[in-house]
Design a protein around this ligand. Sequence first.
Ligand code: NAI
Ligand code: OAA
Length: 342
Amino acid sequence: MVKAVVLGAAGGIGQPLSLLLKINPDVTELSLYDIVNAPGVAVDLSHIATPAKVEGFLPPPKDSQTTPNEGLRKALAGADLIVIPAGVPRKPGMTRDDLFKINAGIVRDLATAIATTAPKAFVLVISNPVNSTVPIVAEVFKNHNVFDPKRLFGVTTLDVVRASTFVAEVLGDRSLSSSITVPVVGGHSGVTIVPLLSQSSHRLPEGLDTSTVDSLVNRIQSGGDEVVKAKDGAGSATLSMAYAGAEFAVKIIRAIKGERGIIVPSYVNLAADQEGGAALRKDLGKDLDYFSSPVELGPNGVESIKGLGTITPSERALVNAALPDLISNIDKGVSFIQGPKL
Ligand SMILES: NC(=O)C1=CN([C@@H]2O[C@H](COP(=O)(O)OP(=O)(O)OC[C@H]3O[C@@H](n4cnc5c(N)ncnc54)[C@H](O)[C@@H]3O)[C@@H](O)[C@H]2O)C=CC1
Ligand SMILES: O=C([O-])CC(=O)C(=O)O
């Protein structure tokens, strides 16, 4: 029995992600919440002949006296897995950090409802800027004394999916793309996205010129911009993100159900594994609290943080270049909840 909840379920990501969760036979209950249209999306999905019972919830009407938000509480009650794609997407010319102004408050409020209604659920954060929204959720949970770092994940799977696709293109064989795995570490914006091409399951050809490798790295880092530009004001990646979000959610569900040995990159709080987190901090030479790195999943969430492994000097330079932005994104999220550092 797995109850999955999507917060922001009527949006560009939320709808196809909800569809992919509905067709997963392991999901027995699917609750959709959005500030608009969630009941309609739920009824539509409920006609699909798969086991999950689907329900949609809205907040109370603005003029009603109902507080707190009963719709949100009902959606969250008994959740095993909560995926959060609620919030605004980018338009051309914006960075992910530009979304902070609106999305930080949305994520804070949803995290508060989770902390009081479903504090044991696995929480998967998609809303940008992920580098900051994950710390926001953690700080809200800490304020409610319910923070379990093993159960909170920033979803960086789209970077991994893009890396597989673009490496297959460079190798000249698209049929390989679903079997190629490339760890992508760091965070989820610009230079904080660090693909470790030297650890690709399928090696790039020996002697590939540096400019081809550099453009591959750059394409993975700016994959989101490629979509934002192509959509020309109509938003950012939605379908590929739904695919990536469902892929990550499925891995969490398999781990909840007892499967061992699942290792995936995810942006996590390094306290999720004291030993692995300390080793990663030492390797990075920085005392930061969040980093995306391959993690092993288990029935309680993060079993261990795997760290970077052996990386090349150029990958080390990319990791070092990621750290200042990452640290400032993390501080921004933490300060949003706890106030500025004294
Ligand atoms: N982590 C990642 O790799 C990626 C993250 N994203 C991010 O995902 C977020 C959503 O993107 P889209 O689905 O394209 O946007 P969208 O605008 O199509 O959908 C967002 C949905 O959130 C809902 N929403 C807004 N406030 C809410 C609240 N307080 N509670 C519940 N729902 C609320 C809206 O009504 C809307 O249906 C954006 O922040 C975007 O930057 C997008 C692609 C990849
Ligand atoms: O680029 C964006 O704003 C959406 C996103 O995170 C991505 O596609 O990786």
